[in-house]
Design a protein around this ligand. Structure first.
Ligand code: ADP
Length: 220
C-alpha cells in the first residue's frame, strides 16, 4: 500500500524514544515510515508501523530511494550516535523537508542542531526532568511547558477558589494565571466561565507564565 506522504511521518531511529513516538503516532491515526539500521529493531516493529525499513539514514542515496524527500514531517530519533543524528538532520535540511524534528542528547548537541537550522529540537531528558521535578513536589498532577516560560498545569483546586464564581475570584488579576478548565468527579472536563463555581474535589487546568503558575500551585 502506498502512503500519503503529505500526512505521514518518517521516524528515523527506533530506540526507546523513536519507538514510542512512532507507535503513539500510529495509535492516533498517522501513518509512519520507520527507519532503523538494526535488523532486530526493524523485525520488532514489523506490523506495528505502516512500513519499517532497515537502512542507514546517513546515506543520501538511501533516503532518496525511500522517498523521504516526499514527506513533510521527519523525526530524527537517533540518540547514541550523535554524528549519525547530525548528519541525518543536515541531509533532511538539504532536501528541504518542511518539518524536521530532531532529538538532542546534550545541550551542545541541541545547539548544533539549532545552528544547522532544525526548527524543532527536542531534549527529552531535560524536558522530562523539569516536568518530573514539578510532579515530585506533589502539588501539580501534571505539568507541560509550552515554549519559553509558559506552562499548562493540572492541579487540585486551591481552597481560596472554592465556592466563589471565578469571575469574582479575579484569578487573572490577582494571580496572573487563567483557570481554563475543570474536572468534577463524575462529570468529566468542562471549560470554565466567569460563572463557574469550583468545588473542593475539582481538578483544574491552569495556564500562565511558568513562575506564575508555580506560585499559584503553592496557594494553600
Ligand atoms: P534511545 O535512547 O531513544 O533508545 P538510541 O540511540 O538507543 O535511542 O536508539 C536509536 C536507534 O537509532 C537505534 O535503534 C539505532 O539502531 C538507530 N540508528 C543509529 N544510527 C542510525 C543510522 N545511521 N541510520 C538509521 N538508524 C540508526
Amino acid at each position: 500500500a502506498r502512503m500519503a506522504e503529505e500526512d505521514a511521518v518518517v521516524v528515523i531511529g527506533l530506540g526507546r524514544f523513536g519507538s514510542s513516538l512512532a507507535i503513539e503516532l500510529m495509535e492516533s491515526g498517522t501513518e509512519v515510515l520507520g527507519i532503523d539500521a538494526d535488523e532486530d529493531i526493524v523485525q520488532a516493529h514489523n506490523g506495528l508501523l505502516t512500513h519499517v525499513v532497515r537502512a542507514d539514514s546517513t546515506k543520501e542515496e538511501t533516503l532518496r530511494q525511500l522517498s523521504v524527500p516526499d514527506f513533510s514531517s521527519v523525526v530524527v530519533a537517533i540518540g547514541g550516535d550523535i554524528q549519525a543524528n547530525i548528519l541525518t538532520a543536515s541531509l533532511l535540511l538539504k532536501m528541504g523537508i518542511p518539518n524536521i524534528w530532531a532529538k538532542a542528547v546534550s545541550e551542545p548537541h541541541g545547539k548544533i542542531l539549532e545552528q544547522l537550522g532544525v526548527a524543532h529540537v527536542v531534549r527529552p531528558e531535560k524536558e522530562m526532568g523539569k516536568r518530573v521535578a514539578h510532579l515530585v513536589r506533589g502539588v501539580m498532577q501534571d505539568y507541560i511547558e509550552i515554549g519559553e516560560n509558559f506552562a499548562l498545569v493540572k492541579m487540585a483546586t486551591p481552597p481560596d477558589l472554592v465556592g466563589v464564581p471565578l469571575g469574582q475570584a479575579r484569578v487573572r488579576a490577582t494571580h496572573f494565571v487563567t483557570v481554563t478548565a475543570y474536572n468534577r468527579p463524575g462529570s468529566g472536563w468542562s471549560y470554565t466561565t466567569v460563572d463557574t463555581v469550583l468545588e473542593a474535589g475539582d481538578t483544574i487546568l491552569v495556564a500562565g507564565e511558568s513562575r506564575r503558575v508555580e506560585a499559584f500551585s503553592l496557594l494553600r
